[in-house]
Write a protein that binds this ligand. Structure first.
Ligand SMILES: [Zn+2]
Length: 288
């Protein structure tokens, strides 16, 4: 008997029709990318995302099906510059380099792309929808994702942005001391402690995009913070999805605004007492 070779045709971009998107027919993946677009709009509205400021990367590997795994690359194999052993075969949605959050809000697949990490764990290729090169901050974002996976963390999103009032705070060394800003921000309104329960980790000024900054960020996350403040620059937050990461930054910045308003009214805000904050920790079973 003759052997019959059955081969499944590889899906091609042509086969999907002109103008098709990887998001079509994949509601879970679409929902994740739509969250990125919604958050990008919030960042712009808040004035936290001037020009091409800020970055978002989301690990979407769990939403990828066999057809996506077969998709051909739409750009060259590109070295990451780092070897990240836990990212083998992972997929990420990444904001594009030089792209603006306000544009990404309306057209996420024209201002960002989905990439596949190759088996060498040291290079990637773009697979959809357009050959939009990922953010120049990709190596540091991927290093954080590699760390999160290694730790068994459920966190899949990382967000970097420039929240005005939190950045302003870091222009005084008083607030750069460990947990001094955290205590003040938590004490402005009870919800901040409940919804950013690990507080704000502080990283002294380092060159944007440097490996040194990426390593310091990972060390600070490892020191049990979800939101890391980069002195005189911005924040870097991680959480289960990009909306949750945004929420943590938003509640912290709200507290900074309350502090500023109190000072503008001519008084140093009292803040909640240590006992009131300890009561929050007990009542809501918070980690700190
Ligand atoms: Zn920045």
């Amino acid at each position: 008997m003759q052997e019959i070779n059955v081969t499944t045709p590889r899906p091609t971009r042509e086969g999907l029709g002109v103008g098709s998107s990887i998001l079509e027919g994949r509601p879970a993946l679409r929902a994740e990318v739509e969250k990125v677009a919604e958050v990008a709009g919030f960042l712009w509205q808040k004035g936290w995302a001037e020009r091409n400021g800020g970055n978002i990367t989301v690990n979407v590997t769990e939403l990828v099906d066999d057809d996506i795994r077969q998709m051909p690359a739409i750009g060259p194999v590109t070295p990451i510059g780092l070897t990240l052993p836990h990212l083998k075969g992972c997929y990420f949605y990444c904001k594009g380099t030089n792209m603006r959050m306000r544009d990404l809000a309306r057209r996420p697949m024209e201002n960002g792309s989905i990439i596949r990490i190759l088996d060498d764990c040291a290079s990637y290729e773009m697979i959809a929808d357009n050959p939009v090169r990922p953010t120049s901050e990709l190596p540091s974002h991927l290093a954080v994702h590699d760390y999160l996976l290694a730790k068994g963390s459920p966190y899949r999103a990382s967000l970097h942005t420039h929240p005005i009032e939190l950045v302003a705070l870091t222009h005084s060394q008083k607030w750069m001391e460990k947990d001094v800003a955290t205590r003040m921000l938590w004490s402005m309104i009870p919800e901040t402690k409940a919804f950013c329960p690990r507080g704000l980790g502080m990283v002294p000024y380092m060159l944007p995009g440097s490996n040194e900054l990426a390593e310091a960020t990972i060390r600070t996350i490892d020191d049990d913070y979800d939101v890391v403040m980069w002195e005189k620059h911005g924040v870097f937050a991680v959480d289960v999805d990009v909306m949750a990461a945004f929420d943590q930054i938003d509640v912290l910045n709200k507290s900074a605004l309350i502090y500023i308003q109190s000072r503008a009214m001519g008084h140093e805000p009292e803040g909640m007492s240590d006992e009131q904050m300890a009561e929050m920790t007990r009542a809501f079973n918070l980690p700190k």
